[in-house]
Design a protein around this ligand. Structure first.
Ligand SMILES: [Fe+2]
Length: 178
């Protein structure tokens, strides 16, 4: 299927999820968001990852960088802590890959300009991301990461995997001047 091939070319880290069911669910969630938002996989490489600042980093680069930083944290913990601080590899990767999937519904493009959709003004991407994930069979441990990755999650006690995604996300946002 062309959609799947293109998606995996744009977000190759989806293939790093070891569990076949979760890997499939993550791909399906992205495909669902793309079709509901009226996007093609290639658009992920054209969209800015945020509208909150003027950035020249695209959505795919943001998601891939957050995911690879989470993976590096997971591998470092395994190497140094020898099981005393173990993160769930697949839950962490799925959460990192899906944390911003709701932006496919939060953003719109008209005349080559990206802006917030009417829906996005009412339902921010952590919420629409959880809805997309739930509709595609993504487990609650991953929905928790999506729903708490942003400031909306601050009042809640985040799981260790959610803490890592939250901090990796802000590491890729607060470092950008703008
Ligand atoms: Fe986000």
């Amino acid at each position: 299927m062309a959609m799947r091939e293109d998606l995996l070319r744009v977000l190759p880290e989806i293939d790093l999820i070891e569990g076949a069911m979760l890997r499939e669910g993550v791909a399906k969630t992205w495909e669902d968001g793309l079709s509901r938002g009226g996007w093609m996989p290639q658009d992920i490489e054209r969209m800015p990852f945020t509208l909150a600042k003027k950035v020249n980093i695209n959505f795919a680069q943001h998601v891939r960088s957050v995911t690879k930083i989470c993976l590096a944290a997971c591998e470092t913990f395994d190497e140094i802590y020898q099981g005393k601080l173990a993160l769930d590899h697949d839950i962490l990767l799925a959460g990192a890959l899906l944390h911003d999937v709701g932006k496919l519904l939060e953003m719109e493009e008209s005349d080559g300009v990206f802006h917030k959709s009417a829906e996005g003004r009412l339902v921010r991407h952590p919420f629409s991301g959880v809805a997309l994930a739930d509709a595609n069979g993504i487990p609650p441990e991953v929905q928790h990461i999506i729903g708490t990755h942003s400031k909306e999650g601050d009042p809640f006690k985040r799981t260790p995997e959610a803490v890592v995604v939250h901090l990796a996300d802000f590491m890729n946002f607060d470092t950008i001047e703008g």
